[in-house]
Design a binder for this molecule. Structure first.
Ligand code: CMP
Length: 145
């Protein structure tokens, strides 16, 4: 008997609409583009992180020179955290966001359209399955997903 298998890999990733994008009133536009791109939003919440919570989320960057500015910015106002699901969600969301530095992002990406600088770059996404697992668990309990 031949075994058939499904090659598509349903995946989940953590997405953030950062404080700059929330403040400038483009949350709805970004959500519409996420849905138009075929993601299911499995969980979503608006939060305002404390400095300590932002430091915990970005702890992998704690030795980087931009850590202080990054965590000041991420705790400067509300942001929207989401669990996005699709086939290959991690790569797909990173592609939709574009390069970390909006000046280097491709046309049509979210960071090109809504980001102002590498610090104020509108969105965040997990970069690997292990990171997605940690980042989703940071904001959502299992029963919310
Ligand atoms: P993000 O995808 O949220 O991950 C870490 C963030 O640090 C990144 O987006 C940028 O907003 C910010 N950052 C600031 N300077 C740098 C840098 N030189 N390299 C990478 N990320 C940076």
């Amino acid at each position: 008997m031949r075994l058939s298998y499904n090659r598509s890999v349903m995946e989940r990733t953590l997405a953030i609409i950062k404080p700059d994008a929330v403040k400038s009133g483009v949350t709805g536009k970004i959500l519409a583009r996420i849905e138009a791109n075929g993601f299911q939003i499995r969980a979503m919440r608006m939060i305002h992180m404390s400095k300590a919570e932002a430091e915990g989320f970005y702890y992998v960057h704690k030795a980087r020179p931009f850590f202080g500015a990054l965590t000041d910015f991420m705790s400067s106002g509300p942001c929207v955290v989401m669990c996005l699901e699709s086939d290959g969600a991690i790569r797909k969301w990173r592609h939709q966001m574009g390069a970390t530095d909006p000046a280097k992002a491709e046309a049509g990406t979210l960071r090109k359209d809504f980001g102002a600088s590498i610090d104020n770059n509108a969105t965040h996404g997990s970069d690997a399955p292990e990171t997605a697992s940690f980042e989703l668990g940071y904001f959502f309990r299992g029963m919310e997903l």
